[in-house]
Every structure is written in structure tokens, then in C-alpha cells.
Design a protein around this ligand. Structure first.
Ligand code: C2E
Ligand code: MG
Ligand code: MG
Ligand code: MG
Length: 274
């Protein structure tokens, strides 16, 4: 779809874009503008306790409501935001908005559950991350136990730095989980030493749990290992009853996926938490 905008650059507004440098520059410029113009919003995907079926958390997932391109999924702009460094500003907005919204839900008398926010490596590397997080908690009034930060295995490669940083976050009282677990370079040695609370099994292992015995063993092993290390474990991308049954059988703690709910706009959450 090409937007008629009276300019002779309709190609810049095609819904599909490639990786040409012109496209990237345009998109970078639009990202910066989008931040100024408040074009970003958060959707929330509920996380469920596998046995009770209760909502035990919400993951905040950023969306870009672009004036011409429509709703842009994060896969299309997060990498560019990372590359250009803009993710730091965007990520801070996400963190603040998620905390503010979660506090508002609590103030409205809805069930209190933690909100999970994805951190990018750039944010994780910022010297002032701890101050940022603690000032956002202070300003929004959200109690730290209701914030969880998702990091990836890659961010823990510098074990010493990651440990320091995560210890300070833990001291603040926020929860830490490892996202997309199993897809990065993990050394089991870091797992036992890092101050983390939860592993999120990547969707790629859950996807064909029924048909791929290799994936089934990997998922079962991750759950068992997590529990032996006193970590909670949540499965991502659960789409079918069979996947859910498999996870139950293997004592997974929580699940997140289209089977129970896709990410939804904030106004739909109240109905789910009531
Ligand atoms: P993620 O953190 O692993 O988030 C889970 C992704 O899986 C979400 O995609 C979600 O919509 C999708 N998903 C959930 N359940 C299912 C399912 O049952 N089946 C399938 N096929 N997919 C499912 P989304 O929202 O497009 O986000 C993609 C990625 O973008 C996220 O992966 C995360 O890495 C990144 N992202 C999203 N929001 C943020 C953010 O605020 N900051 C940063 N740094 N990254 C973000
Ligand atoms: Mg995540
Ligand atoms: Mg994930
Ligand atoms: Mg993932």
C-alpha cells in the first residue's frame, strides 16, 4: 500500500521495505520522529500459571502505530533502533509506560501481577541503568516486586559485568528472567551463579514439541534443570492443547502463548485481570 501524500516519494511509504540504506535512513528518521510524536504503544500478553490457569504476569511488547505504515511489529524496527542507539530512549519509554500502566491497574483494584519488560543489550550496557530503573519505580510508585526485566543470554557473556548489574537490580527488588532461553550461547556455569529468577523457554523449542523428539527432550531438560537450580520456568509460544499438556506433564510452571491469549491492547487487560 502506497500512501498518497502529495510528495514524489511514495516508495518510501511502501508497507514492505528492504534493507537498502535509503530505507534504513528513512526509517531511522521516522523512528526518532515517532518517539517525539508518541507513536509507540504497548500491548500486553498475559502469562498463566499452568496448573491453576490464573494470570501471573504480563509481558509488555512495544508496537509502533505509524501514521502511514500502520501497526509496525517490533521485529521490523527494534533491530534498527538497536543499531542507531535509539533503543535506549525507546526502551526507557517502554519501561516507564509499563510501570505507570501496571500501577494504574493496581490502583484501579485489579489483581496485582508483575509486568515483564524486555531490555535490549544497549540498555543493559548503559552505566546508569540502575538509577534509571529505580527513578522510574520511584516516579511511577510501582513496587519493585511488580517489575520483571527480561534479558537474553547474549547479555550475560560478560559474566562479571552482568553479575554486578543483575545483583544491583535484584537489590532494588525487581525480578530477572532470561528470555529466548536455549537460543543463545549459554554456559551452564553462568546460570548457577547469576542472580536470576526465571527461564523463558524459547518458542522455537515449544513449536514442534509433539513432532520433534529432540525438541521435546530439550524442553523437558530445561524444565528439570531450571527446577534443580531453583529457577522458575515459563514456556513461550504455546499454541495448542497438546503443547500445554506436555508442559504440564513435565511440571513447567507457567506458559505464555496464543493458546490462551495473544498480546492485547491495554484496554483489554482490565477484563482479563478482573
Ligand atoms: P519476545 O520477548 O520473545 O516476545 C515474544 C514474542 O512472541 C512476541 O512477539 C509475541 O507476540 C510472540 N508470541 C507470543 N505467543 C506466541 C505464540 O503462541 N505463537 C507465536 N508464533 N508467537 C507468539 P512480538 O510482540 O512481535 O515481539 C518480538 C520481539 O521483539 C520480542 O520477543 C522482543 O525480543 C522484541 N521486543 C518487543 N518489545 C520490546 C521492547 O519493548 N524492547 C525490546 N528491547 N525488545 C522488544
Ligand atoms: Mg520477551
Ligand atoms: Mg521471549
Ligand atoms: Mg522469543
Amino acid at each position: 500500500k502506497v500512501k498518497e501524500n502529495g510528495r514524489n516519494d511514495g516508495m518510501l511509504y511502501c508497507e514492505e521495505w528492504d534493507n537498502s540504506s535509503l530505507e534504513r535512513l528513512t526509517l531511522q528518521h521516522e523512528l526518532r520522529q515517532g518517539l517525539q510524536r508518541n507513536e509507540f504503544l504497548l500491548h500486553y500478553q498475559p502469562q498463566y500459571h499452568l496448573n491453576t490457569g490464573e494470570i501471573v504476569g504480563l509481558e509488555a511488547l512495544v508496537r509502533w502505530q505509524h501514521p502511514e505504515r500502520g501497526m509496525v511489529p517490533p521485529g521490523h524496527f527494534i533491530p534498527l533502533a538497536e543499531e542507531s542507539g535509539m533503543i535506549v530512549q525507546l526502551g526507557e519509554w517502554v519501561l516507564e509506560e509499563a510501570c505507570r500502566q501496571n500501577k494504574a491497574w493496581q490502583d484501579a483494584g485489579l489483581k496485582a501481577v508483575p509486568v515483564s519488560v524486555n531490555l535490549s543489550i544497549r540498555q543493559f550496557m548503559q552505566q546508569n541503568l540502575i538509577e534509571k530503573v529505580s527513578s522510574i519505580l520511584r516516579e511511577t510508585g510501582l513496587s519493585p516486586q511488580y517489575l520483571e526485566l527480561e534479558i537474553t543470554e547474549t547479555m550475560t557473556m560478560d559474566v562479571h559485568r552482568a553479575t554486578q548489574c543483575l545483583l544491583e537490580l535484584t537489590k532494588l527488588g525487581v525480578g530477572i528472567s532470561i528470555d529466548d532461553f536455549g537460543t543463545g550461547y549459554s554456559s551452564f556455569n553462568y546460570l548457577k551463579n547469576l542472580p536470576i529468577g526465571k527461564l523463558k523457554i524459547d518458542r522455537s523449542f515449544v513449536r514442534d514439541i509433539q513432532h520433534d523428539p529432540g525438541n521435546a527432550s530439550i524442553v523437558a531438560a530445561i524444565i528439570a534443570m531450571a527446577h534443580n537450580l531453583n529457577l522458575q520456568v515459563i514456556a513461550e509460544g504455546v499454541e495448542t492443547e497438546e503443547q500445554m499438556q506436555f508442559l504440564k506433564k513435565h511440571m513447567c510452571d507457567e506458559m505464555q502463548g496464543y493458546f490462551w491469549s495473544p498480546p492485547v491492547p491495554n484496554y483489554q487487560i482490565a477484563g482479563l485481570l478482573r
